[in-house]
Write a protein that binds this ligand. Sequence first.
Ligand code: SF4
Length: 281
Amino acid sequence: MQFPQALETVLEALERMRDQNAQHPSASRATLARLKETKPAEAVASNVPQTPFREPIEANRPCLEPRKIDVSQHQNATKSDQLSAINERVCACVKCPNLASSRTQTVFGIGNPEADLMFVGEAPGADEDAQGEPFVGRAGQLLTKIIKAMGFAREDVYIANILKCRPDTPGSAYGNRPPTPREMETCRPYLMEQIETIQPKVIVALGAVAVEGLLGTRAPMRELRGQWNEFNGTPLMITYHPAYLLRNQAPKEKRKVWEDMMQVLERLEKPISEKQRNYFL
Ligand code: SF4
């Protein structure tokens, strides 16, 4: 591990502890051993202007459908072209060095560039990092089920995350961690561009991290969900992240999400059948 990466790792850990109001720093033996391995020479070298972290970045898999498009030269560029151009910049992004060096690939977003409905989650997990597509793990399968119950195909809507890279989990062989506020702030402009390009009629924020990333609001989900908000003039519905429903299988929690989705269907002026009204996820 090079010095800037080690430093970034320590800073992120301290930020997380601050966010969690932790009193005492702690680190695993493995982390301490890795930090001790960092040579002072690397720290000195890091002060010299250069292009750090190139090796792991170049080792990344190519992004999905990379295409050379300069949309500034094409006034009639389609939304798909515009999204591809944003994706190219995301693929090359190393603004969060620790995430750029640990990711398998960036996870841009997927779906219909002309979608009326857009879902926004928090960040890729291990499955998404491996496959380059958002919401493909167990939570993603539940989201797809919700989308189908609403009368859409997964390809009809657009799905993206606040973060385009999987949050790294130094010292952990598995598991996910939520993005830090700084990571969200750094990556947010890409999502803004996606939303501005797609111009959905309704956005659904999935979970508290998505709400914080989009609206800058921090509050318990039980207070936030089911409420209409606005994101730059676009109606935004807040509901639970599908991962929450996997952890909490209580029918009344699932029903809450479905009621939120019925509000979305009404906002989109989609007819709701009796079967849908009585549906439980
Ligand atoms: S999380 Fe976003 S801003 Fe950070 S490196 Fe990945 S693409 Fe870039």
